[in-house]
Design a protein. Structure first.
Length: 58
């Protein structure tokens, strides 16, 4: 794993963590649908870069 990939992975995890804490805050403020959508966005934040960085062969 190169330094660039490691840095990208750290940034992706950081953004996902921020997104999930916002989803928890939204859930606690009784906005269940908004929180579910935020968690789905969090899954996409992880899935798409992992696909591009590791599984896609050019």
């Amino acid at each position: 794993m190169s330094v660039g990939n490691l840095l990208a992975f750290i940034i992706i995890i950081w953004v996902c963590f921020y997104n999930c804490t916002y989803g928890v805050w939204t859930w606690k403020n009784k906005n269940k649908l908004g929180a579910i959508m935020i968690f789905i966005l969090g899954i996409a934040i992880i899935a798409l870069p992992v696909y591009v960085l590791y599984f896609r062969r050019v």
